[in-house]
Write a protein that binds this ligand. Structure first.
Ligand SMILES: [Zn+2]
Length: 70
């Protein structure tokens, strides 16, 4: 199973941040959310093809709340 790893970091003070990010899965032309369970990254799956997606959380990351997984 493929894992899509978006090569950026999301800015994170986890206590203040939302628990999910909005994602557009270009593979299947569908929108979804991925969740922060571990505290170190957000991860989730495309709801259609089930490819896994990971985005790291870091202190220097971008503050975008929406990403495209392609
Ligand atoms: Zn997909």
């Amino acid at each position: 199973m493929d894992t899509i790893e978006i090569n950026t970091e999301v800015a994170g003070n986890l206590q203040k941040r939302k628990k999910f990010l909005g994602i557009y899965f270009a593979c299947c032309n569908v929108y979804g959310r991925i969740y922060n369970h571990s505290g170190t990254h957000y991860d989730g799956k495309c709801p259609i093809c089930l490819r896994r997606l990971k985005i790291r959380i870091g202190s220097n990351g971008v503050s975008d709340r929406f990403f495209v997984a392609s």
